[in-house]
Design a protein around this ligand. Structure first.
Ligand code: HEC
Ligand code: HEC
Length: 344
């Protein structure tokens, strides 16, 4: 329980000083995020109030290839709804066949994050969403040209006026519309959530997995545990911290590239495990294709590359978190209860 309280405290301190919403039109339809009681309310920006008109516009933009240079690639090409808004390919392919270096991330439950990308290099969503549009290896369209297209085609100007008041489409309004849509995407309605609310009970195997997940690994103790909760904690199954989870790292230095602190070498953001069944392959470089591979990783010796292995794993570096096949299967069964059927 104390872990859970800690996670709540962390969420409530993450507030940003957002200004007033100067683009709110005279009439609009407010949108409220419906959340179960055990999920804390996110700190939403007050200068980009969630409205139905904005979410619809942002959703239209997310699925529109007009935002790419060759008119052939939408955001959804690498964040596909049927794959938990992520990409089943190890590395996504941008326009002109350019292959990226990192695995695409799910864009669900971003309302609780305060930095974006595997290395956290974007501080706000409105800043983040412009990167893939202009990135020459992704959609490769200068923002100036994206804005010109939106002012000209597809009746976007009218939709922008309904969402952000009178005037031309601008870079800022484009970023705000995508941010509004992304903030509305959530996954908090899984079998796990129903079990917390007492609507269903988990199977014996799922319960065993849940217990292992939330119990510390201590080979000397009689109690079996897998320590997953140490990092994938709280109702979103992450505390969003940057860590080295002992992967035999490639040359991607992760968080270090942003902070230039040697302590951050080989650290990546701890991902949420919600919908994890749908978002294979796994890790920042998509090196594991199945959850079985992931459990085998945690159950093997951890790499000490960069000397930044997380303190939670450090005592077990030479062995890994030793789990039986039955225990691995139980943890996987529990992870599958985190799938939201709405996104399946
Ligand atoms: C060519 C594939 C591709 C396209 C197109 C693409 N993305 Fe991504 N997206 C990625 C990859 C890969 C990452 C992780 C990159 C990294 O960490 O360096 C990512 C990360 C993100 C994240 C960070 C999520 C988090 O949890 O931090 C967001 C938000 C996002 N993309 C939104 C968008 C939006 C909005 C668009 C369209 C404007 C878009 N993406 C288009 C591949 C793509
Ligand atoms: C020390 C912190 C820590 C512990 C303990 C930990 N993880 Fe992780 N986990 C991470 C980090 C950090 C990543 C991302 C690493 C990367 O991509 O470089 C990750 C990635 C994952 C992923 C891939 C997610 C994705 O979207 O690609 C899964 C699945 C996962 N962990 C499951 C587990 C399970 C199950 C356990 C318990 C056996 C566990 N983790 C224990 C920190 C941890």
């Amino acid at each position: 329980m104390s872990r859970l309280l800690y996670a709540f405290a962390l969420f409530s301190t993450a507030s940003a000083a957002w200004a007033e919403d100067t683009y709110l039109p005279k009439t609009y339809t407010p949108h409220t995020l419906e959340l179960p009681e055990h999920v804390p309310k996110p700190d939403l920006p007050t200068d980009n109030v969630l409205t139905k008109e904005r979410i619809e516009l942002g959703g239209r933009l997310f699925f529109d290839s007009l935002l790419s240079e060759d008119n052939r690639m939408a955001c959804a090409a690498c964040h596909s709804p049927v794959d938990g808004f992520s990409d089943p390919r190890q590395f996504s392919e941008g326009i002109n066949g350019h292959i990226g270096k990192r695995q695409s991330m799910s864009v669900l439950n971003l309302a609780w994050k305060d930095s974006f990308f595997w290395d956290g290099r974007a501080k706000t969503l409105r800043e983040q969403v412009l990167h893939p549009i202009k990135d020459p290896t992704e959609m490769s369209l200068p923002i100036r040209r994206a804005v010109a297209r939106l002012n000209r085609y597809g009746n976007y100007k009218t939709d922008f006026e309904k969402a952000y008041g009178p005037g031309n489409v601008t870079e800022k309004k484009l970023a705000l519309a995508l941010e509004n849509y992304l903030l509305s995407l959530k996954s908090t309605d899984s079998k796990y959530d129903d079990s917390v609310e007492g609507k269903v009970s988990l199977t014996e195997q799922e319960k065993l997995g849940q217990k292992l997940f939330h119990t510390p690994y201590d080979p000397k103790s009689q109690t079996r545990g897998a320590s997953c909760y140490e990092c994938h904690s709280g109702p979103l199954f992450t505390d969003h911290a940057f860590r080295n989870n002992g992967l035999n790292a490639t040359d991607d230095l992760g968080r270090y590239v942003v902070t230039l602190k040697s302590d951050d070498k080989g650290k990546f953001v701890t991902p949420s495990l919600r919908n994890i069944e749908l978002t294979a392959p796994y890790m920042h470089d998509g090196r594991f294709s199945t959850l079985e591979d992931v459990l085998d990783h945690y159950s093997s010796p951890f790499s000490q590359k960069h000397q930044t292995l997380d303190p939670a794993l450090q005592p077990h570096a030479s062995t890994g978190i030793l789990l039986s096949n039955e225990e691995k299967a139980a943890i996987i069964a529990f992870l599958k209860t985190l799938t939201d059927p709405e996104h399946k």
